[in-house]
Every structure is written in structure tokens, then in C-alpha cells.
Design a protein around this ligand. Structure first.
Ligand SMILES: [Zn+2]
Length: 341
């Protein structure tokens, strides 16, 4: 097929000593990159081997005085790769950017193909940084995201990236996010609704496959059960705190015991009034988020002063509960992973 070759507007350097020609697009237009053998060879064992062969296939052709390598990769893929090689700061350093997995997908594809281990590692790291592996990381990232309205990682793209490139460590967090995302908030509608709905989690639902949907649905029904456990645990009819150690104030001052009990009752009451209604309302609309609901309980303050021991116990109890929940999310995701393999 006849095609025309146009120099890339950016990655076509006078000092380049090798030309890379992309595959032609549907209109028969290919793109030429003029770059440095040393940079390619340093990052890629495939290119390093190619350049050491005296008369390697594809290097006979010349373009403006330098040898040409014709590849089967698209302009989009090669441009992403050149950006990774020549402008890594623009590609790898954005945190909580919903575009990160999308932008790094062509980079990963070519990094695997040309055996560019460092580039691959940086791309994986850039995606993993936004998705927690442990509950402690989840809590930290969750707190940071709340303060950055427009910079929330997008879970469906992360799931696609994780499954396409075998990075299972980010799946529990991404599936958890999907399990409490409203399926009506589609990624494409984020500009339609404008700033009014900036807090909503928009999702690229079309990137998920049947297995992903199965995980999300199973996770969602498990979390609905957990949500009602969370509620009854702290506001059950029989006892407002059915947790042994929490009911006993460790303070040596006897008058403190009553104050602590009042403080705790007040916290639970306020949580129930402020968050629980909202929590169950959101669970209906979006999906259950027991970790988030427990986070709200953790942040509740009281006017009646509780002793340090009681505050610590309550905080620790909530965290333990959250960690147990997190582990169940991880376990469920892993079970599905095993099924897929
Ligand atoms: Zn106390």
C-alpha cells in the first residue's frame, strides 16, 4: 500500500540518528520520528539488539541520511512511547488524574513489546500510586481525594489497565470504588452536568467486561450486608455498643466513666442522625460504602469530653472493623482472579 510519511511535530530531532516510521493510519498517513539510538538502546533490549546487528532487517532504507526502522505500531502508541522516553515528567508525575491508565495503556503495550523494563515499571507505579493496596493507604488516599474535587482516579480505566497488564494489586480498591459508584453517572456526562455535580464519581462503564460486572455485582451485594452489620454494630437495639472493651472506661477517676458513656452515646446519636440516613440513601442510589460510613463515625466529635483511653478504644475499634472489611473485599477479588486464570 502506498502511504505518505510526515515528520512528528515534536519528536523529530536534528540530532536524531535513527528514524522510526509508524504504521500508516486508515488514510495512508504514517508518522516519522527522528530520535536517538542510544536512548532507545538504553531503554529497550529489543532495540539494543537490533542496533548491534550489522545489517538488521528494516535498517536498509534511509530517511534524510539516517536508517529507518518501520514498525507496526500506530502514531498514537509511538507518540506515547516517545513522551515516556523524552518527557517522562509529563506522563508519570500526575497524581489522581482520571486519565492516567488511559494515557499509559499505549506506553505499557509498547514497553512490553520492546522489553522496556524501566518504562514499564514507571507506568505501573504511576497507576498503582492512585490505588491503595492496604486499608491504611485507602484511608489516606480517600482523605486526599476529598480535598481535590476534580482529581479523582477513575476506577473502570484502572480495572482495564490492571487486567490487561496483569497488575492485580490495584483491583480490590478499584472494584470497591465501582461497587459504590452510581451506574447512571457515565464518564461522558461529566461535562453535561457541569460544576453542580463535581463531587459525583463518573465512570467509564463501557470499559468493563462481563467478569468485571460479575465482580462488581457480587461485591455490591456483599457490601449491602456489611453496611447493615455496621449499622447494627454501633446502633443496635440491644445495646448501643455491643463491644465488650468499649463499654468499660479505663479511667481511674470514677466520675469520668459517666462522662465517657455520655460522650460515646452522643457520638453515635449524631452519626446516626447525620450520616446514617445519608449513608443508606447513597447506598440505594450509588451502592454501599461501609468503609466510608465508618470513616464518618471516626471523624465524629463530641461536646462531652471522653477520656483519652475511651477515644483511642473507639478509634481502634473502628479501624479494626474497617481492616476486616477491607480484607474481605481483597479476598473476594482474589477469588475471582483465580477463577479467571
Ligand atoms: Zn473513658
Amino acid at each position: 500500500m502506498e502511504y505518505t510519511v510526515t515528520p512528528h511535530h515534536k519528536f523529530h530531532f536534528n540530532h536524531g540518528d535513527v528514524a522510526i516510521h509508524s504504521a500508516p493510519d486508515s488514510e495512508g498517513k504514517a508518522t516519522a520520528y527522528r530520535v536517538n539510538k542510544a536512548v532507545l538502546a538504553l531503554n529497550s533490549t529489543v532495540f539494543a539488539d537490533m542496533f548491534t546487528l550489522p545489517d538488521a532487517d528494516g535498517l536498509h532504507e534511509m530517511d534524510d541520511g539516517v536508517p529507518v526502522v518501520v514498525v507496526t505500531d500506530s502514531e498514537e502508541e509511538l507518540s506515547a512511547l516517545m513522551q515516556a522516553l523524552y518527557e517522562p515528567h509529563t506522563l508519570f508525575s500526575c497524581r489522581f488524574d482520571p486519565e492516567t491508565p488511559i494515557r499509559l495503556t499505549p506506553v505499557m503495550k509498547l514497553a512490553n513489546k520492546y522489553e522496556m523494563d524501566t518504562i514499564r515499571e514507571r507506568a505501573v507505579e504511576a497507576v498503582c500510586r492512585d490505588w491503595p493496596e492496604t486499608f491504611e493507604q485507602w484511608a489516606r488516599i480517600n482523605a486526599e481525594i476529598h480535598s481535590l474535587i476534580d482529581r479523582t482516579p477513575e476506577a473502570a480505566a484502572a480495572v482495564r489497565f490492571a487486567r490487561d497488564f496483569n497488575i492485580p494489586s490495584i483491583l480490590p480498591a478499584a472494584y470497591y470504588a465501582l461497587a459504590h459508584s452510581d451506574r447512571n453517572w457515565h464518564w461522558d456526562s461529566r461535562n453535561v452536568f457541569g460544576n453542580q455535580w463535581r463531587y459525583v464519581r463518573y465512570t467509564r462503564w463501557e470499559l468493563l467486561d462481563a467478569i468485571d460486572y460479575k465482580v462488581v455485582l457480587c461485591l455490591r451485594s456483599m457490601l449491602v450486608g456489611k453496611l447493615s452489620n455496621v449499622v447494627s454494630q454501633y446502633t443496635g437495639e440491644t445495646n448501643s455498643i455491643p463491644v465488650g472493651p468499649l463499654t468499660v472506661c479505663p479511667s481511674t477517676h470514677s466520675e469520668s466513666h459517666a462522662t465517657c458513656a455520655t460522650g460515646l452515646a452522643e457520638i453515635l446519636q449524631r452519626w446516626k442522625e447525620n450520616e446514617l440516613d445519608l449513608g443508606s440513601m447513597l447506598a440505594e442510589a450509588e451502592g454501599p460504602n461501609p468503609l466510608g460510613l465508618l470513616d464518618q463515625l471516626h471523624r465524629m466529635h463530641t461536646t462531652a469530653e471522653m477520656c483519652g483511653g475511651c477515644k483511642t478504644r473507639l478509634g481502634r475499634h473502628i479501624t479494626m472493623y474497617q481492616i476486616a472489611l477491607w480484607e474481605q473485599v481483597v479476598l473476594m477479588t482474589e477469588t475471582f482472579q483465580e477463577e479467571v486464570q
